[in-house]
Write a protein that binds this ligand. Structure first.
Ligand code: GDD
Ligand code: MN
Length: 404
């Protein structure tokens, strides 16, 4: 027993703290090409066959350059112990036993945090994801993709004999995702897939906030995945054990979508934009007083207002370019770029001025609203208009780092 014990690889320590994948230290001696995470919960009847088939494939494709990491959540059927025993026969196998955390997505990320590969993969332990497809995913990654996803929904893919109900649920979940988070869910044909590979560089240093089962939308939503590749696979039926998908998985999925949706909203950027807008109001009012007040220069109201508005607009552009959107303009430093941004900013804000006046008149003359309340509503609406259009058209459109 003692000799058997000594030939077992030690269990991997469970990472704690934020779910963040670190870059590998440059030139680290133990770096590998590929790390495949196999999350398990009550998979005692599947894990040996899974490890055998995966090892056979990867020994041929990447001898000594890969690792398989089983991340078990202290399964009652002691899957972790069975997997641990297997390490005596499979030198590329490592095992993590989590006793204080539970969940598919967090298991995958803890596994990736302990991983040594440049490419980080995940595959289910129950052989419903055919291990052979791993090589197809590797080929896509070798061609330079940031992420390669095994999908059931392209030519050659499918699900074995899912009930109509399960198909309906899976497709329904996808549809909801397309409505709530089109920019993420719409980038792949199978956003529910739990079988994919991602390049470490695409997600390193990013604070991930995994929830429930759907790790793919978390990676797509927060990572820098510019090039996405897909390969077909047929989702097979289980031979042993049963799915752990419960109602909470679907509730978690909806919560996850909403959290990604709101985290994608540039709330802090909008607050900065509004603060700059307030400074513009002070400049506008101050200049209007200096130019048009009888006790000051006493110029005509319209001339004073036009000059005051234009100076306020320049004030707002300078602050927005340096502060609100400073991180984006820092990537577009040319004078011509800046002039282009200013011209667009000017046009969008002038259109906003027209919209402001129209809204004010509609509310005051048509709806009989109090003029100051109507003006406040118009200013709020137009601030949103100015922010969103300037973000998209003046700053982000030419941002070299923007996601495709
Ligand atoms: N560590 C850990 N902790 N592993 C878990 C947990 C958990 O709480 N829950 C499930 N797993 C493991 C299972 O042991 C299995 O290896 C894998 O995650 C998938 O779990 P299943 O319960 O078999 O999920 P499914 O087959 O119904 O759905 C899977 O396939 C779909 C298509 O790829 C999941 O991967 C879905 O996310 C995926 O959409
Ligand atoms: Mn399964």
């Amino acid at each position: 027993m003692a000799s058997e014990k000594s030939s077992l690889a030690p269990l991997i320590g469970v990472p704690i703290g934020p779910y963040r994948i670190d870059p590998k230290s440059a030139g680290s001696t133990d770096s590998l090409h590929l790390s495949v995470i196999v999350p398990t919960y009550r998979e005692s009847k599947n894990i040996a066959e899974m490890v055998r088939r995966l090892t056979e494939l990867l020994d041929r494709a990447f001898p000594h350059r890969y690792e398989i990491i089983v991340v078990d959540d202290n399964s009652p059927d002691r899957t972790w112990e069975l997997a641990h025993r297997l390490t005596a026969d499979y030198p590329s196998l490592r095992v993590m036993r989590r006793e204080h955390e539970r969940g598919l997505s967090t298991a995958v990320i803890r596994g990736w945090q302990a991983a040594r590969g440049d490419i980080l993969a995940v595959i289910d332990a129950d052989l419903q994801h055919p291990p052979e497809v791993t090589l197809d995913l590797c080929k896509v990654m070798d061609r330079g993709a940031d992420i390669a996803v095994a999908t059931r929904y392209i030519e050659g893919g499918g699900v074995s004999d899912w009930s109509i109900f399960r198909r309906f649920i899976s497709r329904g979940a996808q549809l909801i995702g397309l409505v709530v988070l089109p920019g993420v869910v719409g980038r792949v044909t199978d956003p529910m897939s739990g079988y994919f590979m991602v390049r470490r560089s695409a997600i390193q240093g990013v604070d991930l906030h995994p929830l429930g089962y759907k790790i793919l939308i978390e990676v797509l939503g927060r990572g820098q995945c510019r090039w996405i590749g897909e390969v077909p696979y047929v989702f097979r039926e289980r031979d042993h054990g049963e799915s752990k998908v419960t109602r909470t998985v679907y509730v978690d999925y909806l919560r996850h979508l909403l959290r990604l949706r709101f985290s994608a909203l540039p709330i802090s950027r909008f607050v900065r934009f509004a603060a700059v807008g307030c400074s513009g109001v002070v400049v506008d009012m101050g200049l209007l007083f200096l130019l048009s007040d009888p006790t000051m220069l006493g110029w005509g109201l319209t001339r004073s207002k036009l000059i005051a508005s234009e100076v306020a607009l320049i004030n707002n552009f300078v602050w927005n370019d340096a502060w609100t959107f400073g991180d984006i303009s820092a990537r577009q430093l040319g004078a011509k770029d800046r002039l282009r941004r200013f011209a667009k900013f000017q046009l969008i804000c002038l259109a906003g001025l027209v919209l402001n006046t129209v809204l004010l008149n509609l509310q005051f003359n048509l709806l009989g609203m109090n003029r100051y309340v109507a003006n406040a509503v118009a200013i709020i609406v137009v601030t949103g208009w100015n922010f969103w259009l300037n973000l998209k058209l003046s700053w982000r459109v030419a941002d070299p780092a923007r996601k495709p």
